[in-house]
Every structure is written in structure tokens, then in C-alpha cells.
Design a protein around this ligand. Structure first.
Ligand code: FPP
Length: 264
């Protein structure tokens, strides 16, 4: 007797006839990524942690290019959190240098590719020269619209909400005017749609103060792969998984005989 055929992981309708499997029709508009595992990637190779961050930086280019190719419109990357100041001084300085290098070396190519660079987080903690470079990069690319790349640097979700509340009070907004939409407009991500899909690499299952307001209804995808190894194919797999999820926003399942209520 013939063994029963096993079902392919990617459904036939998700594929095209070319060698590289294609994307499903339903793709996220906005993907956000917690790029975790650089330290462990380096440790596994007997290298210093900063070598892991450098390898993670090399990977940025691949993922940015894949996002452009896949037609993703917004990509948000968690590069340095408000909590990362607690790391050894050498590592903190190294991450600052990486941001500066990325701007110095990659800005023109990003611009040529139609990438609009945005910064989310606080610039006030950064050295004046770095602050200025970030502002110039944002200004230089502001008319690009192929991919909006939000770099979360010195970013924390709670800090973002505290900053928003302070500005709302400073602006004298009356309490009747306070709505979800108004609060969203006061966040660092003002004007950016909420992330559809948040990816965390390295096997950790935490949100770590990332986009806590904006991610209220995001789909999460966790993978054990360390960030420097998270390549285009891994990204495609995350998108395929996303395409199979049914987003309910607290409503009920739209198909099937028995509607199920959902808390989230
Ligand atoms: C988490 O891995 C990663 C970071 C805190 C930094 C991420 C930064 C980059 C990938 C460089 C790109 C930077 C810019 C400025 C665009 P971890 O060090 O916590 O890894 P571990 O949990 O294995 O120790």
C-alpha cells in the first residue's frame, strides 16, 4: 500500500511555479521586529558580543531588501531600548557607533532604494553629533515612499506613552477630546499604521516594552533563529504563517458553523 501523502507546509495556492516559493496574497502592511539573539550568536562562535551586533547589522540589509521585494510598506526595528543603557559601557558605545556607521555608509543606498527613514524614541539621550546625523537622515529621505523604515533607538513603549501624556497635557487637550486616535497621534509612531505582525527572533517569548500601545492587536511570530541568521526565507515563512491567522480584534470567527468568542 502507498503511504498516505504528507501535506505540504505551504499550501499549493501559496506557491507559484518558480523555484523560490512565492508569498501568499495576504501580506502585512507593517512588520515590526525585535532583533534578538546577537549576543548568543556571537557566544556560540567564541566571539565578543559586539561581533554579534555587527553580524546583526549586516543582516539588516538582507531583510530591508526582502521587505522591499515582498511589498511590505512599513518595517520597524527595535535597535536600542531605553533599558539597554544598563548594558556594559563598551557594548552601549558599540551600538551607538553602529547606528552612526549605518547612517554614514548606508544612507545613500537606502535613499536610492526609496526607503524613508524615521526614528522612534528619544533623541535627547544621544550624543549631539549622532542626534544631528539621525535628524539629517530623516530629513534627507522624507519624501521616499517605497518602504518606511522606523528605527527604534533609545525607545521604550512605556516611555513613549509617558511622553505622549505630558505633551497632551502641555497642549491643554480637554478630557472629552482624548480618544484612541488622539493618543496614537501623540506617539513617536504618529502617522504610521499599527504593526500587523511583530516578529521576535532567538526563542524569547516576551514583548520587552516594544510598541505596547500599537501592538494591541498585532499578530506575534516567535522563532528560535538568532537575528543574524534570520534571512529572507525565514521572513517569508513568518509572512506565510501570518497569512493563515484570522485576526478577530475581539470579535468572533467569521467562518465556521459555531462562532467562537475571542478575548483578543
Ligand atoms: C538584542 O540581542 C539586540 C540588540 C539589543 C541590538 C540590536 C541591534 C542591531 C541588530 C544592530 C542594528 C542597529 C542599528 C542601529 C540599526 P542581544 O544582544 O540581547 O542578544 P542576546 O539575548 O543573545 O544576548
Amino acid at each position: 500500500m502507498q503511504p498516505a501523502p504528507s501535506f505540504p507546509k505551504v499550501l499549493p495556492q501559496d506557491m507559484d511555479s518558480s523555484e523560490t516559493p512565492s508569498l501568499p496574497q495576504k501580506i502585512p502592511t507593517h512588520i515590526a521586529i525585535i532583533m534578538d539573539g546577537n549576543g548568543r550568536w556571537a557566544l556560540a562562535r567564541g566571539l565578543p558580543r559586539l561581533a554579534g551586533h555587527r553580524a546583526g547589522t549586516e543582516n539588516l540589509r538582507r531583510i530591508i531588501e526582502a521587505c522591499i521585494e515582498f511589498g511590505i510598506k512599513y518595517l520597524t526595528l527595535y535597535a536600542f531600548s531605553t533599558e539597554n543603557w544598563g548594558r556594559p559601557a563598551e557594548e552601549v558605545q558599540g551600538l551607538m557607533r553602529i547606528l552612526e556607521d549605518v547612517i554614514d555608509r548606508e544612507l545613500q543606498q537606502l535613499h536610492d532604494q526609496g526607503v524613508q527613514l524615521r526614528h522612534i524614541g528619544r533623541l535627547d539621550g544621544l550624543k549631539p553629533i549622532l542626534r544631528q546625523k539621525v535628524l539629517q537622515a530623516v530629513e534627507y529621505t522624507k519624501h521616499n515612499d517605497r518602504l518606511t523604515l522606523n528605527v527604534a533607538f533609545n525607545y521604550g513603549g512605556r516611555d513613549e506613552i509617558v511622553c505622549a501624556i505630558k505633551r497632551i497635557i502641555e497642549d491643554g487637550v480637554p478630557k472629552e477630546a482624548i480618544t484612541d486616535e488622539l493618543i496614537s497621534r501623540y506617539l513617536f509612531t504618529a502617522g504610521v499604521p499599527d504593526p500587523d505582525l511583530i516578529i521576535r527572533t532567538s526563542g524569547e517569548l516576551r514583548g520587552s516594552n516594544f510598541l505596547i500601545w500599537q501592538g494591541a492587536y498585532s499578530e506575534w511570530y516567535f522563532t528560535p533563529t538568532y537575528w543574524p541568521d534570520f534571512d529572507k526565507e525565514e521572513l517569508r515563512k513568518a509572512i506565510v504563517e501570518y497569512s493563515r491567522r484570522e485576526r478577530r480584534y475581539g470579535g468572533v470567527i467569521s467562518s465556521g458553523k459555531e462562532a467562537t468568542t475571542d478575548a483578543g
